[in-house]
Write a protein that binds this ligand. Structure first.
Ligand SMILES: C[S@@+](CC[C@H](N)C(=O)[O-])C[C@H]1O[C@@H](n2cnc3c(N)ncnc32)[C@H](O)[C@@H]1O
Length: 212
């Protein structure tokens, strides 16, 4: 697998494509939380799979006065990267359920779903077509009806995103937004709403393994 510690260094450059992706994800995340928390009595579940150092989630939640109403689960397999996420969350005064485990089976999600906001960011471009399709077909199990799911996929190895968007639609999601970096081979980010029926999490199901 790639060196994902070094991969995170791309965030150091505010002009990098990855920094553009981060800002785009954060914009969608902010809007999703605003909507989910509009009712002052509401509490929401936020889930990020393959969370990395979780700067997307932490930087959005940290300044929010309603952050205590967000129950956050982060799943990240790399212990060193997960430790960074833990430090960032603690420094921001956020309590998160950080699971240092393989997000590639449904068991990793037990007790954290159905969530109101789900991040599958930085995943699809690293999977085989079959794993991506299985993950998208399973994604309704992560989502409460009405939940917002954010996803991303780079277009550096060919733009498959019309296919990804169609797969999400077929799985019961309605597109809320889609933004592509101006570079033709740059990243893209989508936001979709789950409009299907409630689905129980089925334990023990394989989803994906990263191929790079
Ligand atoms: C491309 S990075 C994206 C990180 C984060 N979502 C972001 O956008 O900044 C992918 C992350 O997934 C983690 N990862 C890879 N395979 C995983 C697995 N099976 N389960 C959990 N995390 C995994 C890597 O360690 C890495 O931190």
């Amino acid at each position: 697998m790639r060196d994902y510690v070094a991969w995170h260094d791309q965030y150091d450059d505010p002009d990098s494509e990855l920094s553009w992706r981060l800002r785009t994800v954060q914009g969608y995340l902010e809007a999703a939380l605003d909507a989910a928390l509009a009712d002052a009595t509401a509490s929401v579940r936020l889930l990020s799979a393959c969370a990395g150092d979780a700067r997307d989630v932490v930087q959005v939640l940290a300044p929010r006065e309603d952050a205590a109403r967000v129950a956050t689960t982060l799943i990240e397999v790399h212990p060193g990267i997960a430790a960074r996420a833990a430090r960032a969350a603690a420094a921001a005064g956020l309590r998160v359920d950080l699971r240092v485990t393989d997000a590639g089976t449904t068991d990793a999600y037990a007790g954290a779903v159905p969530a109101d906001v789900v991040l599958l960011v930085g995943i699809f471009g690293n999977l085989s077509d079959a794993d991506r399709q299985r993950t998208i077909r399973t994604a309704p199990q992560f989502c409460r009806p009405g939940a917002t799911l954010l996803w991303s996929r780079g277009r550096d190895a060919g733009d498959l995103n019309s296919t990804v968007r169609a797969e999400l639609t077929a799985a019961g999601f309605t597109e809320l937004g889609y933004a592509a970096h101006p570079a033709s081979d740059g990243p893209a980010v989508g936001a979709v709403r789950y409009d299907g029926p409630p689905r129980d999490l089925v334990a023990g199901q394989p989803l994906f393994s990263f191929r790079r």
